[in-house]
Design a protein around this ligand. Structure first.
Ligand code: NAD
Length: 434
């Protein structure tokens, strides 16, 4: 018997109108919109749909931090656990002013679908603290991380929930998290991934998301008949994901003509010297001002006439307002949820192929799985082994998504979600969730 609440939630899911250009959804509604389309496509039961449309657990915590000048600031922190049918909750922690509950919830659900697409034995979670780390000292960030870890530690665990880096958090942040957790529960390297190699991190983890995206693109280009030799690429974001994509994509014969960061972008028609750019960004804090390159805005970068566009910064950057002006032939989603449902519909109408986030950027969580497995076994893999297993995983995931898209005549995003929803549905049924 379906409850009243379940009936109304089903009616809402079924009654969903296609996204119009005028209205954009918040991030969680958007991820749910993609999920609902996949649930319709695979004929998911109403009961399972009701379970998977919402998070299992969401906690909001207060994170008080004594700042260097003596003031006490109280930040909002969140950890959302979406689903663990296929394994422990897994997902990054983001430090950003916009990392509110809706955003964290959306990203947690995306993690469930992402771990399922690449078939690593994890569920989905995400965390966030609403702060601006650019305005904080290292000491303030360390105190913030320790307080946040303390506040959420009772729902973490090496077989329960394993965080990782995300926007504005890195190997150092993960070390503070591990240390704070270990102080309470004993030495526990497998509590977090993305650690420095000296403290149980995996070789290859830092580059993994970018490397995974590039492996996936290599496979996709072959199947989609895209010539990568001399293909032009624009990358939005020059952090962990974007900088590694820019560094590695040249190995496929592509030419990176534009990159950007939060300040702005740089463009050079003949191709940028990515290593020189990385050196300049490290020294000056931004890609802006790199010698021999012309300055462009982030908006202009998205609209460049290039073969391949890789949004690798923040979410919702391609939307109803600008999707008409995207000129790339192929969009490869390095960031999570960079294209809104309305933007996606426009790109689809215009014949622009999108390799979705839950596939394209899954290299990070794949190598996080390798790191966790190494920590549990107290054994280290060589970097070649990590990279080799990563490219095999990405190739297998791409082949599955491409085959499904071709067989069912559907876009890659719907195919990826369909595969993920079926895997989670199967695991949840075997466990007896419904
Ligand atoms: P990061 O903090 O290392 O880098 C973010 C980059 O985006 C920086 O260059 C920053 O300057 C830029 N940026 C920030 N705000 C911007 C704005 N308003 N306009 C343009 N650029 C802006 O973060 P990251 O780890 O590279 O993550 C980037 C995206 O990739 C996020 O969506 C994240 O969720 C996703 N992702 C990250 C990983 C990972 O392993 N780090 C894995 C999967 C997905």
């Amino acid at each position: 018997m379906l409850s009243e609440q379940l009936r109304s939630s089903m009616a809402e899911a079924r009654g969903a109108r296609p996204p119009s250009r005028a209205e954009e959804m918040n991030p969680f509604e958007a991820v749910r919109w993609f999920f609902d389309r996949a649930a319709d496509h695979v004929g998911l039961s109403d009961e399972m749909r009701a379970v998977l449309r919402t998070s299992y657990r969401e906690i909001a915590v207060q994170v008080p931090v004594r700042m260097d000048d003596g003031r006490l600031m109280v930040f909002n922190g969140y950890r959302v656990q979406h689903n663990a049918a296929r394994g422990p909750y897994k997902g990054g922690i983001r430090y950003h002013q916009d990392a509110g509950l809706d955003e964290v919830r959306a990203l947690a659900a995306l993690m469930t679908w992402k771990t399922a697409v690449v078939d690593v034995p994890f569920g989905g979670a995400k965390g966030g603290v609403q702060c601006d780390p650019a305005l904080m000292s290292a000491g303030e960030k360390q105190r913030l991380t320790r307080r946040f870890t303390q506040a959420i530690s009772y729902i973490l665990g090496t077989n329960r929930d394993i965080p990782a880096p995300d926007v504005n958090t890195d190997a150092q942040t993960m070390t503070w998290l591990m240390d704070a957790y270990s102080a309470r529960y004993g030495y526990t390297p497998a509590i977090v991934t993305g650690k420095p190699v000296e403290l149980g991190g995996s070789y290859g983890r830092e580059a993994a998301t970018g490397r995974g995206l590039v492996s996936c693109l290599a496979e996709a280009a072959r199947d989609l008949d895209v010539d990568l030799e001399g293909a032009t690429v624009a990358v939005q974001g020059f952090g962990n994901v974007g900088s590694w994509v820019a560094r590695l994509i040249g190995e496929l014969g592509c030419r990176v003509v534009a990159v950007s960061d939060v300040r702005d972008g740089v463009y050079r028609a003949d191709g940028l010297d990515v290593q020189a750019l990385a050196d300049h960004a490290r020294e000056s804090g931004s890609v802006v001002g790199a010698p021999g390159a012309e300055r462009i805005t982030n908006q202009a970068l998205l609209e460049l006439d290039v073969d391949i566009l890789v949004p690798a910064a923040l979410d919702r950057v391609i939307n109803a307002a600008n999707a008409d002006r995207v000129m790339a032939r192929l969009v490869v989603e390095g960031a999570n949820h960079p294209v809104t449902p309305a933007g996606d519909a426009i790109l689809q109408d215009r014949g622009i192929v999108v390799i979705p986030d839950i596939l394209a950027n899954a290299g990070g969580v794949t190598v996080s799985y390798f790191e966790w497995a190494q920590n549990i076994q107290q054994f280290r893999w060589e970097e070649d082994r990590v990279n080799d297993e990563l490219s095999k995983t990405m190739a297998r995931a791409w082949a599955g998504v491409h085959a499904r898209a071709t067989a069912d005549g559907i876009p890659l995003r719907l195919a990826a979600f369909a595969i993920a929803v079926e895997r989670v549905d199967r695991a949840a049924r075997l466990r007896g969730y419904v």
